[in-house]
Write a protein that binds this ligand. Sequence first.
Ligand code: SAM
Length: 364
Amino acid sequence: MPPDPTRFAIDPALQRYPRMAGDLLQAWDAADALLLEHMGGLGLTTERIALLNDGFGALGCALAGLDLTSYSDSYVSSRAMALNSGGRLRPVGSLDELTGPFDLAVLRIPKNLAFFEDQLCHLSQLLAPGAAVVCAFMVKHQARGSFELLDRLIGPTRTSLAHKKARLIFAELTRSPTPSPYPQDVPLDGFAHPFVHHSNLFSREKLDIGTRFLLANLPRGDFPCVLDLGCGDGALGIAARLQSPASQVVFADESWMALCSAQASHARYFPDEPRCVWTHCYEGQAPESVDLVLCNPPFHQGHTVGEAVARQMFADAHRALRPGGRMRVVANAHLGYPSVLRRSFGRCRVVATNRKFQVLEVTR
Ligand SMILES: C[S@@+](CC[C@H](N)C(=O)[O-])C[C@H]1O[C@@H](n2cnc3c(N)ncnc32)[C@H](O)[C@@H]1O
């Protein structure tokens, strides 16, 4: 195939997920465009390609027709890819599902460096010797240390010129395969056994201070079914079950690694399997099926900061709770969550407050 920088084009009809009325945010950026221009210039034919961290499918859809395996830890991204490609793109959710050898790896650099390191370790074992690695990023999101990781785990790096505030980094595999140091065992204050932390986990190295405050303010009582919504490592659900061992715990998160961490950590405490749900908030789950929701909501989705995910979590929790069921939320005190919660639940009680956080309780 002769090199042609215009060969792979972004479909302007691509949409983000979840699709929201009036959402003007684009489903691709200049780094996707720069990467596709570079790919067109390679004259690719039958090469096996690993594509990691495609945001909403801009890369996967444009590269359709090549021998491509896409990987994403994110349910939201994976769902966007499936919708934008009419069901053709079905990314794998675990790094262990990537099977080499690959001739080329194409990555959007994630903002979490530990996650990038984990991916490069896997690639160092999956790429054919000398295979090329091409990484794209927006300059404003560049994680410090990404060049050093590429150099150490793949090989010496070169960069493109910046174009529309996007850049590429290139490397070829010359280093020996490196086993990934993740997941790791992490002791958490107040818990008898260490937790299992995968690389793309919220507060990977220690207990988050918001989580800590909610742990100190868990409700007493027996709750047959506890939903840990946006579970991360599952510390909230595990602590609730330690108080009330007959409970069943449901872990929900849009990060596959979060669910793997919660499931493996739960196994350190209890012999049975928890229910794990990989979804956006609590989308698509049975109504009136849980008795207690515990939630430390996120304040961003990828690089997009905002309250939209928290609001959706509250709406989904309202639907999932049985009448009389309760939700406890920890949130930064400056956020207006009490009024958001009051709109769907009526009364919102402030259970505890400190200089930074509030623990809020609502009843269905
Ligand atoms: C602030 S962290 C809390 C994690 C954990 N519950 C804790 O307290 O340590 C928020 C969690 O929400 C998850 N999350 C972000 N967006 C989400 C979405 N759209 N649907 C479900 N979970 C999401 C993140 O992956 C993260 O694990």
